[in-house]
Design a protein around this ligand. Structure first.
Ligand code: URA
Length: 476
C-alpha cells in the first residue's frame, strides 16, 4: 500500500499522474490529507518505476470536472478522483455517464460544488471595518459546505478591484490586499469576531432600500436557504420589517410611489429609458416592455429548483395567463404527453418561457396568441438569465423558434438550422425542437405524429446529455 499526502488539487494531479505512470491501482493507494501518522511513506514520485505506463491523457472537460469535484467535502475525495482517472485511463469512458455509479457521483459532486459557489457569491456579505493600518477594509464571514473559498475569492478579487478585503471561513481565510491574494488558516471562529462597527451602517442601508410594497415574505425565505440566514446582517431587521409591512407599511409604500407620479407624461421609448432605470426586483413589477399592460399577470417558471434540464417555451398562452403557470393549456398537455413518452418526469425539470407575459390580440370574444417580437424577447431575456443563474441547468430544450432566438439572443436564427443536433452555448447544452403548439396545429396527422416524435427525441437527448451521455444526433 502506498500512502500519498495531498493537500490541494495540484498536488493530487501531480501524484495521480505519477501513480498511473507507475501502474499503481486505486486499491493500492492510501490518500492522506493531513501530515503526520505512520502511514506516510512519501510522495508518489519516490515509488519504484518498473515498466512505466503512458501518462494519462485527460480531456479538458473531465479535468474541469475533477477539479470541481476536488472541492467537494468527502473523506475519500482524493481516492475517488483517482479511481475515476484510473478508469478513464483504462478506456472506461462510461465514467462520464450518469448511469455509471462513479460517473453519477462525480456529476453530483460537481453540481453541488457549483451550487455552493453560486450561493457564496449571492449570500456573502462584506462588512466595512474602521480604518486600521494594514487591516482589510471589508471583512466577510461565511460557512461554506464545500471547499470553494479559492474560486469565490477570485470572483471577488475581480469584482472589487483594489479595495482590500478578507473572507474568513471556519477552515481557512483569504486576504486580498488590493493586488495580491494571501491564503491562511482559520482566523476567526464566527461572524461575531468581525468588528461590527460597520454593522449599523449596513442595517440602515438595508432599511432604506427595503420597500414594503414589494414584500413577499414566502419568496424571500424560499429563495434564501435557512443555513445562510444566520450570517446575513439584514436577518436581524427583516422580521420587524415584515410585520410592519403586514400592518400597513405595504399600503403606505405603494401610495408613496404612486403619489409621486404627477405632471405631464413625456413619451419615451422603453428601450431608451432602460439604462436609466432600476431593474425590477420581481416579475410582477416588470415594465421592461409593454406586454404587461394587457396580461393578467406575469408567468414565471416552475419546477425543480436544481433541475438539470430546463424546457423553454415561447410565452404563456390564454390559460397560462389566467393560471399564472407555464404550459397548463393544450400545448402543455401535448408537452406532458411528449415528456411521458420520453420518460421525463415533469417534477424533475424546470419549465419556463422566453417571454413572461401573454401577448395577444382580440378576435371576437377570444384572445388570440400573437408571436412576441425580438424586442420583447430581448427585454425578457433579463428574467431568463436570472432563472439560468438560479437553476443552473446543464441542458436547455428550446421549444420552438422564439425560445431559440432568446437563448442565442438573435432574431435572425432559424429553428431548422439547429434541429437534429445538440450544441453547446455558454457552457451548457442546447437541444432545439418544435414547439408543442406547432405539433397541435400542423394539418396532417402524419406531420403531427412526426412533430411529436421529434419532440420526444429531443427530450430523450436532453435527458441523456444531462446524465453526461454523448451528444449523438437525434431525429430532426
Ligand atoms: N406556449 C408556450 O410557449 N408556453 C406556455 O406556457 C404555453 C403555451
Amino acid at each position: 500500500m502506498s500512502a500519498v499526502l495531498v493537500r490541494s488539487f495540484d498536488e493530487w494531479r501531480a501524484a495521480a499522474r505519477s501513480l498511473i505512470v507507475r501502474r499503481v491501482p486505486p486499491e493500492s493507494v492510501q490518500w492522506i490529507s493531513e501530515e503526520g501518522g505512520d502511514l506516510l511513506s512519501g510522495a508518489a514520485d519516490e515509488l519504484p518505476l518498473a515498466q512505466p505506463a503512458a501518462a494519462p491523457r485527460v480531456p479538458r472537460r473531465l479535468m474541469d470536472m475533477l477539479e470541481s469535484a476536488a472541492c467537494y467535502r468527502a473523506g475519500d475525495r482524493w481516492a475517488f478522483l483517482y479511481r475515476v482517472l484510473w478508469r478513464w485511463h483504462h478506456g472506461e469512458q462510461e465514467i462520464l455517464s450518469m448511469a455509471d455509479e462513479d460517473g453519477g457521483r462525480l456529476q453530483q459532486m460537481v453540481k453541488a460544488v457549483h451550487h455552493e459557489i453560486h450561493d457564496m457569491h449571492a449570500y456573502l456579505r462584506f462588512r466595512e471595518r474602521p480604518e486600521a493600518e494594514g487591516a482589510p477594509r471589508f471583512v466577510a464571514w461565511f460557512e461554506p459546505a464545500h471547499d470553494v473559498l479559492p474560486q469565490v475569492a477570485q470572483h471577488f478579487a475581480q469584482r472589487m478591484g483594489r479595495i482590500s478585503w478578507m473572507i474568513a471561513t471556519p477552515e481557512a481565510s483569504v486576504l486580498w490586499d488590493g493586488a495580491t491574494m494571501h491564503s491562511t488558516g482559520p482566523l476567526m471562529r464566527s461572524a461575531a469576531d468581525i468588528d461590527d462597527a460597520g454593522e449599523k451602517l449596513w442595517l440602515t442601508y438595508y432599511r432604506s432600500i427595503f420597500n414594503p410594497a414589494r414584500l413577499n415574505a414566502d419568496i424571500m425565505h424560499g429563495h434564501i436557504r435557512s443555513r445562510f440566514w444566520k450570517n446575513l446582517p439584514e436577518a436581524a431587521v427583516v422580521p420587524q420589517m415584515v410585520s410592519q409591512a403586514a400592518a400597513g407599511a405595504r399600503k403606505v409604500g405603494q401610495l408613496d410611489t404612486v403619489g409621486k407620479r404627477k405632471g405631464a407624461t413625456i413619451p419615451i421609448a422603453a428601450e431608451d429609458a432602460q439604462p436609466e432605470r432600476q431593474q425590477p426586483s420581481t416579475l410582477d413589477e416588470c415594465r421592461r416592455c409593454d406586454l404587461w399592460q394587457n396580461a393578467t399577470q406575469a408567468v414565471g417558471g416552475q419546477g425543480a429548483r436544481r433541475a438539470k434540464v430546463m424546457l423553454l417555451g415561447e410565452q404563456p398562452g390564454d390559460q397560462e395567463d389566467l393560471a399564472g403557470k407555464p404550459f397548463v393549456g393544450p400545448a402543455g398537455e401535448l408537452l406532458d404527453k411528449a415528456m411521458d413518452q420520453a420518460g421525463m418526469d415533469r417534477r424533475k425539470v424546470y419549465i419556463t418561457n422566453a417571454v413572461k407575459h401573454f401577448k395577444w390580440e382580440p378576435r371576437g370574444k377570444r384572445r388570440m396568441h400573437k408571436t412576441p417580437g425580438q424586442r420583447e424577447v430581448m427585454a425578457c431575456h433579463y428574467w431568463l438569465e436570472t432563472e439560468l443563474e438560479t437553476i443552473a441547468p446543464d441542458v436547455i430544450v428550446a421549444l420552438g423558434s422564439t425560445a431559440l432566438k432568446s437563448i442565442l439572443q438573435s432574431g435572425s436564427v432559424s429553428l431548422k438550422d439547429y434541429m437534429g443536433e445538440p450544441f453547446q452555448h455558454e457552457g451548457r447544452w442546447v437541444v432545439a425542437t418544435y414547439h408543442p403548439a406547432y405539433a397541435l396545429r400542423v394539418p396532417s396527422p402524419e406531420a403531427r405524429a412526426e412533430a411529436l416524435a421529434a419532440m420526444v427525441g429531443a427530450l430523450r437527448t436532453a435527458q441523456r446529455l444531462a446524465e453526461g451521455g454523448p451528444p449523438d444526433a437525434m431525429p430532426a
